[in-house]
Design a protein around this ligand. Structure first.
Ligand SMILES: Nc1ncnc2c1ncn2[C@@H]1O[C@H](COP(=O)(O)OP(=O)(O)OP(=O)(O)O)[C@@H](O)[C@H]1O
Length: 421
């Protein structure tokens, strides 16, 4: 092995990402690793990332397989190391809200990245602050674990709060869904919170609202009219009416920020230290979070920003934190009469188990309806309700929830699943 892990950078739902030192690649790189036996999703990401080349997309470096000290065979994906953390980290560092100039600066780069991806025929499917990395040159799109080639069939995937209505309804996931998610990400940068107000941690409730309410996320009132108009073009419920990435690049909101990008970049890079403890991400322990809050007590941010930051560090439910929740991706196996595979995807490992699927009559005949019979007691939705009951309730509407299952206690669930395998 001609590289060594230096420190963890983050745990996603599918893998662990570490900073590594590599003689072969001449310095620091980021390595995304997972046990080889569970590496199907990461290998798929490698196949996608290795075809891409853009300053607005994290660069692919290579891959290998290693036998580690604990005798585990690991699959590793090498990428360029982007030192500034994620856009969500950056927003937190700025007191939970970015200035409109900085929002415009980062948004322009994400849209340039999306224009490139879409020109390649790729839909990212999971645009959000946590999947945008911030480097010295600005924002880069990362995490292609949910991406799909637009003409190839694929399961619906992504993060519920950032899902476009047509995706939440299970209808389609084309380029326009990335534009909707971009609009949600702009709101995330402006407010430091969920694009949907008043949904708390109830992702299932949010999905119903996104799919069927006819509403779009509320635009932050303090944004300029240009920024609000930009949001309006991203957050049109009808995907056909949403602007494309190329159109958005010509929107006055982004054109204006293009001219002062350099200045913004310079002021930004001086305000965020790459050696900050925050670089380790917001999934660190609460103890560390409290340290972060204390460290910032002398900063000059306004009181309301400090309070916002404290709230995010307080251990109260944080909609952006994946710390204690994992998403289960359901892979339907239509060849088999009654058995499907459930892949449980967690930061510290993965397991899979077979379950029986039940078919229910659903009022809206056009929508595919399958409910998952989950009998584990420790599976629930984010409000603590019994998940199976909740899924049965899907019958009352026409939404297909089978891809969205939320598990409260990852470790319990994983051990329960592993004992079943
Ligand atoms: N190239 C990189 N440079 C620096 N940090 C990185 C890099 N890639 C990933 N990270 C860090 O690791 C975290 C997890 O990475 P990533 O989102 O790719 O993992 P994942 O398992 O696919 O996550 P998800 O839960 O979104 O599916 C990121 O949020 C980021 O903090």
């Amino acid at each position: 092995m001609d590289w060594t892990r230096v420190r963890p950078l983050g745990n996603g739902s599918s893998a662990t990402v570490s900073l590594a030192d590599s003689r072969r690649f001449g310095g620091f790189i980021a390595v995304k690793s997972v046990e080889f036996s569970q590496s199907k999703i990461l290998q798929r990401e490698q196949r996608i990332l290795s075809t891409l080349s853009s300053p607005f997309v994290v660069s692919y470096i290579g891959e290998d397989v290693t036998l580690e000290n604990d005798n585990k065979l690991m699959y590793n994906l090498f990428m360029e190391y982007v030192p500034g953390g994620t856009l969500t980290d950056t927003t937190i560092r700025h007191g939970g809200r970015l200035d409109e100039s900085l929002i415009g600066y980062y948004t322009r780069q994400v849209v340039q990245g999306l224009e490139y991806l879409h020109s390649c025929g790729l839909v990212h499917c999971d645009i959000k602050g946590r999947n945008i990395l911030v480097g010295e040159d600005g924002a880069k799109i990362a995490d292609f674990g949910c991406s799909r080639w637009v003409n190839q069939p694929a399961e619906i995937a992504g993060t519920p709060m950032f899902m476009a209505p047509e995706v939440a309804r299970g209808e389609e996931q084309g380029f326009a869904c990335d534009i909707w998610a971009l609009g949600c990400t702009v709101i995330e940068m402006a407010t430091g919170g969920s694009p949907w107000s008043n949904v708390g941690c109830d992702a299932v409730g949010a999905l119903y609202r996104i799919a069927f309410s006819g509403e779009s996320p509320e635009f932050p009132s303090f944004l300029s009219e240009q920024a609000k108009d930009f949001l309006g073009q991203c957050l049109k419920r009808n995907p056909k009416q949403r602007w494309t990435a190329s159109q958005l690049l010509k929107h006055p909101f982004l054109e204006e920020f293009n001219s002062c990008s350099k200045q913004i970049k310079e002021s930004n890079s001086s305000s965020c230290s790459p050696t900050s403890i925050l670089d380790r991400g917001i999934w660190n322990s609460l103890e560390e979070s409290e340290t972060r809050c204390c460290e910032n007590e002398n900063s000059t941010v306004a009181d309301d920003n400090r309070i916002r930051r404290l709230a995010m560090c307080s251990g109260l439910p944080d909609w952006t934190s994946d710390q204690s929740w994992v998403t289960i991706r359901v892979n339907h196996n239509y060849d088999d009469d009654d058995e499907d595979k459930v892949e449980v995807v967690g930061g510290s490992g993965m397991a899979s188990v077979s379950y029986n699927i039940e078919d229910f009559e659903i009022p809206a005949p056009s929508v595919r309806k399958e409910l998952v019979n989950l009998s584990y007691s420790n599976v629930s939705d984010r409000n603590g309700r019994d998940s199976f009951e909740d899924f049965k309730n899907c019958r009352k509407s026409s939404v297909d929830c089978s891809n969205f299952i939320f598990v409260r206690d990852k470790d319990k669930l994983l051990s329960s699943l592993i004992s079943r395998c």
